[in-house]
Ligand binder design. Sequence first.
Ligand code: HMG
Ligand code: MG
Length: 295
Amino acid sequence: GLPTRVRIHEVGARDGLQNENATVPTDVKAEFVRRLADAGLTTIEATSFVHPKWVPQLADAEELFPRVSHLPVDLPVLVPNERGLDRALALGARRVAVFASATESFAKANLNRTVDDALAMFEPVVARAKAEGVQVRGYLSMCFGDPWEGPVPVPQVVKVCHALLDMGCDELSLGDTIGVATPGHVRALLTELDVPVEKLAVHFHDTYGQALANTYAALQHGVTTVDASAGGLGGCPYAKSATGNLATEDLVWMLHGLGIDTGVDLGRLVATSEWMAGRLGRPSPSRTVRALSHK
Ligand code: HMG
Ligand code: MG
C-alpha cells in the first residue's frame, strides 16, 4: 500500500536557485524561504557552503543563513568538505548534506575528484557533524543515467549508497540528476538496495516528464521522503542536460489526490512560486502552478 504521510524535502532555494542565470538578491531568497515555511514545508534546504567560484548563485550563504535560521523548520545546507562544514557550523546549522556521485564523470565535474576521493573528502565531514549531533544527509547523484556515461548500472549505484551509509549518513537521497529514470528502473534500484526505507529519499528531475511516475514507484516501495522544488525551479550547473526538479506543487497535487498528508497548503505554495516567477522574470514550468495560477 501507499504511505499515509510524506515528508517533502524542499530544495527550491538551493537546487532551484543554484541553476538560475540571474543571481537572486539575498533579500528575495530570505523571503522565499520564509514563504515556503509559511506554506507548511518543514524541511527547506536553504543554501550550500561550497566554493563561491563553483556556484556563484549561492555565494551569499553567510548572509542568507542567519536571516532564516530563526524559522521553526529544518534548514539543511550542502557542505562538500570540512571547509564547508566549518562555515555551516559557525552559523549554527543543525543539518548538513554531503553529495556524492555514482559516476566518475560527474564526480570530476561537480567535485573535481574521483568517486573514491570525494568519499574520502566526506568522511571527516560526516564524522565531525555526527560528533556535534548534526544530522547528515548523503546525496547520491546520477543514480540512473549520466550525461557522459549513459545508463548507470544498478550495482555501481548500490556500492556508493553503502559507502555513504557506512560512513554514518542518516539519510540517503537517490538523485536522478538529469531526469532520465523511468518507474521500472526506480523499482529495480530500490529492490536491489538493501537499506531500510526510513533512511531513503528520492530526488527526481522532470526532464522527460517522468518525475511523478517515478515518485509513485518509490511510494509503492515504502519511501516516505520526497525531494521537490517549489515551482519546478532547478537543475544542476555541472550536469549539462539537467532541467528542473520535480515541482513541489505537482507533487502535492498528486499526494493530496491520493489522500496522503503533507502538511502543505497548496494555495500558499502556488502563490509563493508565482511571486518567485515574477522575481525571476519567467513563468514557472510547473503544470500545477500554471493551472492554479491567478493570472
Ligand atoms: P577544488 O577546486 O578541488 O577545491 O574544489 P580545493 O579543495 O582544491 O580548494 C581550492 C580552494 O577553494 C581553497 O582556497 C579552498 O580553501 C577553497 P585557496 O587556498 O586556493 O584560497 N575552498 C572553499 N571555499 C569556500 N567554501 C568551501 C571551500 N572548499 C574549498 N566549501 C570543491 C572542490 C568541492 C570545493 C568544489 O568542487 C565545489 O565547491 N563544488 C561544489 C559543486 C556544487 O555545489 N554543485 C551543485 C550541488 S550537487 C547537485 O546539485 C546534485 C543534487 O541536487 C542531487 C542530484 O540532483 O543529483 C544534490
Ligand atoms: Mg538536484
